[in-house]
Write a protein of this length. Structure first.
Length: 581
């Protein structure tokens, strides 16, 4: 049984394909279209499906759309519209944007065709699929046979956590900006059954508050929240009381968020590109502090209600690795696991997993068959394809005889490389498949990488470390393959890896073992042999305004249009003349 999951309503459009309980492929559409987050800013174009990601998933498995049994769409518009799922009537088709959308697009995050495109005119050919897919979902003349499923957005986040987690039974916490009308869910997955215990509804949203402050601080409000998280380390809790006036925990597993009125509270907003002051640092720090303490209260309530030792998380707010670390270190759970594509891209995974899980159960095939121990679920290009492209592009390359050893030698010379190996990562973090790698030994490397990527000076860069050596370099380091937690750098090691030590003494760590990515692990081992340091700087292989590279062409273009010194792509090395060391 094949189940295709799709996220297309908000940002981060994506697709995922599951076969009989096992995830075969998953990818974000931005990697193919070069439109970051796969959507232009609000109002979102809800009709725009992730065709390229869908096409990849089908090709990875060698099937066509006509072979798919179920399509799971990570949004249920009936929850938004109030219409029953078996409604026989259609919603009138608006012929032009609504006045609300034109005057205040932030209040209407989807375009005004939303309901009519997704809900209207069920078509017999597609067995319940929305009318607007009729001409889009074809399969070379073969009639599609799939059943269509609209799945609650937050259930997709939840399922992407509890059906992918390394635990059998787990508490579940999801937080994001918004779903159909919900912003936070708390529940439990026990003995194969999921039960919701509490939900927080709009307008109360930690995600939307973080977005609002992100915009107030002069960044893109719907995608730059991670910059505010980094900025918070430079500040003090000067405005915690003011933020607590906005966010109030209710001592029952829920909270309220009042209208922030940021200009009234904190003065004029920072203009984009304007100077950053201590005032801005302190606002970011105070916001981060209140987010962490609220999440901690939610976790305590959830633990008290479930009595479970493990917590699985998803939703865009779960990409906040500083918050995750606080839940890990000060929360009541023994283990905290975060699904790496925690944002909306991951709802494609959750929709597919949930629908597969439910439909298999109907057929008597119960239980989970897959756990997410790595995120390498995207496209891969073999040496033959890579070399053919390099020849076509007339790129000056040579084939490496020992990729790990020869690359480690380049890195030990303090040169910066683009690293393109294996299947693309699913999710926003570079995890050693599409990475820029460098030595962490010299303090100026952080500034140099920010210059290469045309990023703000305050942005930290992250380390990857051999799993068995992680605790030697980072305090109480645990297995962290997805770069979603920070750890304190050991005091005696800070001078040895200054490039990855943030101003607050922490680092956003990725651990790797050989089973997860053999070549990546061997590279770290070879670098350790030369330098005594089992750590490298790892940041995403992209430049400003671009998503992470996907194809060999993307990698070569990014390499030649940036100050990278070398590109290791498959078994091949390209070096720039006069590359600095």
């Amino acid at each position: 049984m094949y189940t295709l999951g799709i996220n297309a309503v908000y940002h981060d459009s994506a697709a995922a394909l599951v076969k009989d309980g096992v995830v075969i492929a998953a990818a974000e559409d931005e990697r193919f279209t070069h439109v970051k987050h796969a959507k232009r800013p609000v109002p979102f174009s809800t009709w725009q499906l992730p065709f390229d990601a869908i096409d990849y998933c089908l090709k990875e498995t060698g099937i066509e759309l006509a072979d798919v049994d179920h399509i799971a769409y990570s949004y249920d518009p009936h929850l938004f519209s109030g219409m029953p799922k078996d409604a026989k009537t259609s919603i009138a088709l608006p012929m032009k944007p609504s006045a609300q959308t034109l005057s205040n697009p932030s209040e209407s995050p989807w375009d005004p065709l939303f309901l009519s495109y997704i809900v209207n005119a069920k078509d017999q050919l597609l067995d319940g699929a929305p009318h607007h897919l009729k001409r889009r979902f074809t399969s070379g003349g073969r009639a599609p046979r799939f059943a269509w499923h609209n799945v609650d957005h937050h259930l997709c986040h939840e399922a992407s956590a509890f059906l992918a987690a390394p635990f059998d039974d787990t508490a579940v916490l999801t937080m994001d900006g918004r779903g159909e009308g919900v912003t936070t869910s708390l529940g439990q997955f026990v003995e194969g059954e999921y039960k919701r215990l509490k939900q927080v509804e709009l307008p109360h949203s930690l995600g939307l508050l973080y977005e609002a402050v992100t915009g107030y601080l002069g960044f893109l409000h719907s995608s730059d929240e991670y910059k505010v998280m980094a900025l918070a380390s430079f500040g003090k809790p000067a405005y915690v009381d003011q933020i607590r006036e906005i966010v109030k925990y209710r001592h029952d597993g829920s909270y309220t968020v009042d209208a922030p009125r940021l200009v009234d509270r904190f003065g004029p907003a920072r203009e984009r590109g304007g100077p950053l002051t201590q005032h801005h640092f302190d606002i970011a720090h105070s916001l981060q502090a209140v987010l962490e303490e609220t999440a901690l209260e939610l976790a305590k309530w959830l633990h008290e209600k479930t009595g479970l030792p493990n917590l699985a998380m998803a939703g865009g707010v779960a990409l906040n690795c500083v918050m995750n670390a606080r839940l890990r270190d000060r929360g009541p759970f023994d283990e905290v696991w975060v699904q790496p594509a925690a944002g909306d891209a991951g709802t494609a995974l959750g929709a597919a997993l949930w629908t597969d899980y439910r439909e298999r159960a109907k057929a008597g095939d119960c239980g989970r068959k897959w756990r997410m121990d790595h995120a390498y679920l995207g496209p891969e290009f073999g040496d033959d394809e890579i070399e053919a492209f390099l020849k076509w592009a007339r790129a000056p390359y040579r084939k490496l005889t020992n990729i790990a050893e020869e690359t480690a030698e380049i890195l030990a010379q303090n040169r910066v490389i683009g690293w393109y190996q294996g299947r693309t990562e699913f999710g926003p973090r570079a995890l050693g498949a599409r990475s820029i790698l460098a030595s962490p030994i010299h303090a100026d490397m952080q500034a140099r990488l920010n210059e290469i990527k045309d990023r703000e000076d305050f942005r930290p860069v992250a380390p990857v470390v051999m799993e068995e050596h992680a605790a030697d370099w980072f305090i109480d380091a645990r297995v962290a393959p997805f770069m979603l937690f920070v750890f304190d750098v050991r005091e005696e090691m800070k001078a040895r890896i200054p490039a990855v030590t943030h101003i607050d003494g922490t680092a956003r760590v990725q651990t790797v073992n050989r089973a997860q990515h053999p070549l990546y692990y061997d590279l770290l081992a070879a670098f350790k042999q030369r330098t005594g340091v089992p750590v490298l700087v790892n940041t995403s292989f992209n430049t400003r305004g671009e998503p992470m590279v996907n194809t060999p062409r993307d990698a070569l273009e990014s390499f030649w249009t940036s100050p990278l010194d070398a590109l290791v792509i498959g078994s091949f090395l390209i070096e720039k003349p006069g590359a600095r060391a």
